[in-house]
Design a protein around this ligand. Structure first.
Ligand SMILES: [Fe+2]
Ligand SMILES: [Fe+2]
Length: 193
């Protein structure tokens, strides 16, 4: 039988009252949403055609690369907590429940594309807010990741609300796609971006 390893980094969380199994499960699930959204945003971005589509492409690109950053931000923490990603990649994709992000029937309809993007961001806000509530005061390391991702999701929501409904977001454009101002420190694997 394998020797039981004493992981103090997990023990202290349990002493803090953290539900480590629940946190790990949600972290894997949220990672799957980010990964799948990154894929679907790639497809949605490619279908923003025409003169109007060109500007929207840039906004979707900023959100898309930050979803990749959100996926990367989860990986190390999942393993520190004793978790791992599913062996079968299709299981991982299905776990996300992101089928709603597939291209609209009219593939280049910009309004439908933006509505899908907005729905994705709003779902992500709920997911990461849940993680914040689960870890606040109990698991500071996971909380730090969750609140930084949440901050970017709130920005993304505001971008798409502005594009769809003219509600000002007050945002400054990213200096470059992949800037990820809040999650940069959690996804250093992407530092060449
Ligand atoms: Fe995200
Ligand atoms: Fe996002």
């Amino acid at each position: 039988m394998a020797k039981k390893i004493d992981v103090v980094g997990i023990n202290v969380l349990k002493q803090n009252g953290a539900k480590v199994d629940e946190i790990t499960k949600l972290l894997v699930q949220n990672a799957s949403v980010e990964f799948t959204a990154y894929y679907y945003f790639t497809l949605l971005r490619a279908h923003c055609t025409g003169m109007e589509g060109e500007g929207i492409k840039g906004v979707i690109e900023d959100a898309r690369l930050e979803d990749l950053s959100h996926f990367e931000s989860c990986i190390e923490r999942i393993h520190q907590l004793g978790g791992t990603l599913p062996i079968d990649a299709t299981d991982f994709i299905k776990m996300s429940g992101c089928e709603f992000l597939q291209l609209p029937r009219n593939k280049t309809d910009l309004k439908s594309i933006l509505e899908k993007c907005l729905k994705a961001e709003q779902g992500a806000i709920v997911n990461w807010n849940k993680m914040c509530n689960l870890t606040l005061g109990k698991d500071p390391t996971t909380f730090d990741i969750a609140k930084d991702i949440l901050a970017e999701e709130i920005e993304h929501e505001a971008w798409f609300l502005e594009l769809l409904h003219g509600r000002p977001s007050g945002h400054m454009r990213r200096k470059y796609s992949g800037e990820r101002p809040h999650t940069r420190k959690h996804s250093r694997s992407l530092d060449h971006l």
